[in-house]
Write a protein that binds this ligand. Structure first.
Ligand code: FEO
Length: 175
């Protein structure tokens, strides 16, 4: 049955595998941000915690969008299993360094899918993935901006932590 269905789709198996891997990666990003939100919440950074909860929701949406696309084009979307994520952080800055690192890894993975799509002449999926290319540019920019704020605001000054909590939470809201 599955073979018959596959004959009716132009989705190549290697692209389907890559897309399912990306669903998993977006799901992991969502869980990572959820853990970061919790740490921020526990350490009194209520505004940045809210920002991270929102990031976590967005990552879930990113994964879901690919999940639905796979099924829409005749593939089989696989519900991802996510392993342990980092729960403890040494500082607020460490949280945002981990966030930037995660976004860069996602960007690299997205770029590899686009390259695969070109090689497989799957222009429909390439077109679909361009939304992610644009989104990653924005997300990396926001993560970098958060780290820049740590150079501008002294996290160890009496009001620094409070100010950082407010300013980082504003990132992205002006767009
Ligand atoms: Fe959807 Fe920020 O990766």
């Amino acid at each position: 049955m599955k073979d018959l269905v596959r004959m009716r789709t132009s989705l190549k198996e290697e692209i389907e595998i890559a897309l399912n891997a990306q669903v998993k990666m977006e799901s992991e990003a969502s869980q990572k941000y959820l853990a970061m939100a919790s740490w921020l919440d526990q350490n009194g950074f209520e505004h940045t915690a809210a920002y991270m909860y929102k990031q976590s929701d967005e990552e879930r949406e990113h994964g879901l969008k690919i999940f639905k696309y796979i099924n829409e084009v005749g593939g089989a979307a696989i519900t991802p299993t996510v392993g342990e994520v980092q729960q403890e952080f040494g500082s607020m800055r460490e949280v945002f360094e981990a966030a930037l690192q995660s976004e860069i890894a996602v960007t690299n993975a997205i770029n590899k899918i686009v390259t695969k799509c070109r090689q497989a002449e799957d222009y429909a999926t390439e077109d679909f993935m361009m939304w992610y290319v644009t989104e990653q540019r924005e997300e990396e920019k926001n993560a970098r901006r958060a780290l820049e704020l740590f150079d501008l605001i002294d996290a160890n000054s009496p009001t620094g932590k409070f100010e950082l909590d407010k300013q980082i939470a504003k990132i992205g809201s002006a767009e």
